[in-house]
Design a protein around this ligand. Structure first.
Ligand code: NAD
Length: 365
């Protein structure tokens, strides 16, 4: 099959990590007889330099036309980059917000997987880690407290501020469907996280999720209060498969879960809409401090490409081929600087550059 992939290399380490992800996609193409046609889309600082704007109508049209979008990262050093002298709506990050809005990306999916070889980077005790964990957080991205009506004012001589947490049935249903669809491709368990003992919006959330669950009889649904979930993530992370939750709870829980894996350079993510398309990107930023040095860890971007194959193109075997190649490279002892242990023995480990680990992964596909 032929796939049209929109590629946003972006700024900082973006072009380096994207280059390595393309190596893995090209290896998949030649092994499985596919063709990936890449179209570079300008966004972020590079777009400001070229056009004066972080995201143009032309870039939006190209992203919409692509079968899916693979992204590196955007942004620069806020203290030194001239991009941050511009008004907020002309800065690199405005490009990303604009893209999310234009594509209607309402679901953010972030896996947290602990590789046995990187156990030492996990801040949890061995007895808690056990055999490791492999979970996905499905976070609602365009509703809730961050987008509700807000107001700051003064009443009776005191300042006050109000934020509103609002969800409609439709907003809850579409993200719940995404979570159940993802669970069907995994271990078939959804934990829906809310605060239904206090919040009306959570009670609606719970009832809509329970309705959606009826269409997925193979998937086990469990409801969990957010405070309990925050505890359970550090007590027994292996119990989770897909965690489904609203915007702010998801913001907090996904950072907590990713911290449990211990390494930012390993974490992929996807932002999805109602179509099969989506934007796939590493969870980290553009790391201007290490840009251009060929030392960034490209694995999160390579794993994001694997997610794109699985969720946008339904290429399960090909996605697994990339994920297994990453596991093999780690088993073989190859590490970029960020995932080299800083204490203890490094016997049997080889420190390699961004381009080298990209080659080693592609060779193993
Ligand atoms: P960052 O994630 O870029 O960097 C934080 C630290 O992690 C740095 O020390 C960096 O060197 C390291 N790091 C990050 N990714 C790495 C990788 N793949 N390999 C090795 N080390 C890695 O966060 P920051 O410094 O707060 O932000 C830098 C810029 O990135 C800012 O302009 C910010 O707005 C932008 N940003 C963009 C995105 C995005 O494109 N989605 C996300 C977050 C931040």
């Amino acid at each position: 099959m032929k796939y049209h992939v929109g590629v946003i290399s972006g700024d900082g380490i973006g072009p380096e990590i994207i280059r390595e992800a393309k190596k893995s996609l090209d290896a998949v193409a030649s092994r499985y007889g596919h063709e990936f046609e890449y179209e570079e889309i300008l966004m972020g600082g590079v777009s400001i330099d070229a056009t004066g704007y972080p995201l143009t109508d032309e870039a939006i049209a190209a992203a919409k036309a692509a079968d899916a979008v693979l992204m590196g990262s955007i942004g620069g050093d806020a203290k030194t980059s001239p991009w941050y002298q511009l008004p907020a709506d002309r800065r690199p990050e405005a490009g990303l917000l604009g893209l999310r809005k234009a594509l209607g990306l309402f679901a953010n999916m972030r896996p947290a997987y602990l590789y046995p070889e990187l156990k030492s980077a996990c801040p949890l005790r061995d007895s808690v880690i056990g055999e490791g964990f492999d979970l996905v957080i499905m976070r609602e991205l365009t509703g809730g407290l961050y987008f509700g009506k807000r107001e700051t004012g003064e009443k009776d001589g005191q300042k006050y501020a109000v934020d509103t947490l609002e969800y409609s049935e439709g907003e809850i249903r579409r993200i719940a469907i995404k979570a159940f669809e993802v669970a069907m491709k995994r271990r078939k368990k959804v934990t829906s996280v809310d605060k239904a003992n206090v919040l009306d919006s959570s009670r609606l959330w719970r009832s809509v999720v329970e309705e959606v669950a009826k269409d997925y009889p193979e998937v086990t649904l469990e409801n969990m209060l957010v405070d309990n979930c925050a505890m359970q993530l550090v007590k027994d992370p292996a119990q989770f498969d897909v965690i489904l939750t609203e915007n702010m709870f998801g913001d907090i829980l996904s950072d907590e879960a990713s911290m449990c894996t211990g390494s930012l350079g390993m974490l992929s993510s996807a932002s999805l809409n109602d179509t099969k398309s989506g934007v796939y990107e590493p969870s980290g930023g553009s790391a201007p401090d290490i840009a251009g040095k060929d030392i960034a860890n490209p694995i999160a971007t390579i794993l994001s490409a694997a997610m794109m194959l699985r969720y946008s193109f339904d290429l399960e075997e090909e996605a697994c081929a990339i994920e297994n190649a990453v596991k093999k490279v780690l088993e073989d002892g190859y590490r970029t600087g960020d995932i080299m242990p800083t204490t203890g023995s490094t016997d049997g480990l080889h420190k390699v550059k961004c381009s080298e680990i990209g080659d080693l992964i592609a060779e193993r596909i």
